[in-house]
Design a protein around this ligand. Structure first.
Ligand code: AHM
Ligand code: MG
Length: 306
């Protein structure tokens, strides 16, 4: 059960002090990012390394997180979906320091329509590009009606509530200390336009539509949080004209796969566990199918047969 009163929540419990400091820094920044959004719903006039137009909110969140995370002792490098190259934070990654990969505002196209968005965090024990097997922790902030943060490490997955302190900084407290996917899945959300889906995925989707309820909001963190809460399947599939899909391996797919797998679920690119996908570059894209193990297995079988 989610604790109804965050004031009763427990202290965060990461055993690795650098991981704890990273998520403290992300939580500290969250209220400031949130407060800045109303005035930053417009295009910034630039594109990111994936060729997508960037909103002022994306850039602002990126700057705040870069400042907060490069100041953490034990962070050797800050790598962002919005930056071509990594920011050197001192300390050798893989030799005592971590690389932190950030999607500063996931789902930022929801800013105009005022819907959910988030910040995705991956903590890698290797210089990027690396596989998801090099993650030591991952998490995301969800700017919904409440600001929550999911944190996963080798101990498991926790849900926390982030509250704004009087000095404007955010503090976090655990409201659910052992988050696992419900056994009986209820919801699904698949991205992309149906006419752009390959036939084998479309046939699979038709089956799922008969079994589960559609919950799609256009922000991966919001949609994955539905799956973590109610059980089910989220996908941003391979598309006919974009076989690598849309989502980025280092910043989006790996952290989400790490979280959902720690919560008892599974994640695949259609064939291979996301955490085993070998990247060529930091901004590589990958199809992502993530959720309850049984559904992910069925999806893999459907794509293999198709
Ligand atoms: P972003 O990080 O630039 O916001 O892009 C990623 C987002 C995901 O949150 C979401 O799943 C997907 O893009 C939605 O894409 P679309 O608008 O094409 O459905
Ligand atoms: Mg994103």
């Amino acid at each position: 059960m989610v604790d109804p009163d965050p004031a009763d929540g427990g202290d965060p419990s990461e055993s690795d002090p650098v991981v704890a400091a990273i998520f403290d820094a992300v939580a500290a920044t969250a209220p400031e990012i949130r407060a800045a959004l109303p005035g930053r719903r417009v295009e910034s006039g630039t594109d990111n390394p994936s060729g997508e137009s960037v909103l002022a909110g994306d850039l602002y969140a990126d700057e705040l997180l870069a400042d907060a995370l490069t100041a953490v002792d034990g962070v050797g490098s800050f790598v962002s979906e919005e930056r071509e190259t990594a920011v050197d934070a001192g300390g050798a990654v893989g030799e005592g320091a971590y690389a932190v990969a950030i999607d500063p505002l996931d789902g930022s196209s929801n800013l105009r329509s005022n819907n959910a968005m988030g910040t995705v965090v991956g903590v890698y024990d290797a210089p990027l590009p690396a596989t998801g097997r090099d993650l030591v922790a991952a998490g995301y902030v969800l700017y919904g009606p409440i600001t929550t943060m999911i944190v996963a490490d080798e101990e498991g997955v926790r849900e926390e509530v982030v509250e704004r302190e009087s000095n404007g900084s955010g503090s976090r407290s655990v409201v659910e200390d052992d988050l696992t996917l419900p056994d009986d899945p209820l919801v699904y959300g698949f991205g992309g336009r149906v006419p752009d889906w390959p036939a084998d995925f479309t046939a699979f989707a038709r089956e799922i539509e008969d079994e589960l309820k559609l919950r799609y909001g256009g922000a991966m963190v919001g949609d994955v949080n539905q799956v973590l809460t109610y059980g089910g399947l989220f996908a941003y599939p391979a598309l006919v004209d974009a076989p690598e899909g849309k989502l980025r391996l280092s910043f989006e797919a790996n952290p989400i796969a790490y979280i959902v797998e720690r919560a008892g679920g599974a994640a695949t690119d259609g064939d291979t566990d996301i955490l085993d996908v070998e990247p060529e570059g930091v901004h590589d894209r990958v199809p992502l199918y993530v959720g309850n193990e049984g559904l992910v297995k069925r999806l893999e079988d459907a794509l293999a047969d198709g």
